[in-house]
Design a binder for this molecule. Structure first.
Ligand SMILES: [Zn+2]
Length: 208
């Protein structure tokens, strides 16, 4: 995987914009069923899930977004850094841009790029074919509970285990579609404060 290219953060849209793209695309459902088949064929259905690429917060120039299990927050890291205190990090969330997969969120863990490249190329073709610009991939574990991701303000997102009682308390969008061993799991997102006031749908860092 390429080193972190922070210019990708300018390409990551708001949740609203990403969600609109999917709901307005009649091919999304066929993409999902094709993804389920392809992920199972490549034995990646327990590693990658489909995600709506969306922005959480402004990211300072010397920071990156890290996923620390129950939270997502910016963390000071050089663009070239591949570890935190000696512990390896790897891409958590990937978006396609200009014909390449680019990481925009990270997590702890060793990278296993080489075994993923065929699968990533196949999903790239499918996304292009279906015209799903802001659909990306996110790593996960099948043991992750179904969650609701909440970003209020201040740049920290928390992920709370999904409970149907939450349904009445939050407005949310479905964010992630996972098919571990053929059993669909859904992850949801209620992220506010994800756009900038000057450009709510396509946020550019350092924009006046
Ligand atoms: Zn979110």
């Amino acid at each position: 995987m390429a080193t972190f290219d922070r210019s990708i953060l300018a390409y990551v849209p708001s949740l609203e914009a990403a969600h609109a793209l999917v709901t307005n695309n009649p091919k999304f459902d066929s993409f999902l069923s094709e993804f389920q088949t392809v992920a199972a064929q490549h034995q990646k259905d327990d590693i990658y899930r489909v995600t709506l690429v969306h922005r959480h917060t402004e990211v300072a120039l010397d920071h990156r977004i890290m996923d620390f299990k129950q939270t997502l927050q910016t963390f000071p890291l050089h663009d070239s850094a591949q570890d935190i205190h000696g512990y390896p990090i790897r891409p958590k969330s990937l978006v396609l841009h200009e014909g390449q997969w680019k990481p925009y969120e990270y997590e702890f863990g060793a990278s296993d790029d080489s075994s993923d490249s065929t699968f990533l190329a196949r999903v790239q073709e499918m996304i292009k074919h279906h015209g799903l610009e802001y659909v990306g991939l996110r790593r996960y574990s099948p043991t992750d509970p179904e969650e609701l991701e909440i970003t209020a303000s201040g740049g920290i997102s928390v992920k709370v285990p999904w409970n149907s009682l939450l349904e009445t308390k939050f407005s949310y969008q479905q964010l992630v579609w996972a098919f571990p061993s053929g059993q669909p799991k859904n992850y949801r997102c209620s992220c506010r404060d994800t756009g900038s006031s000057t450009n709510p749908n396509h946020n550019h860092i350092n924009q006046p």
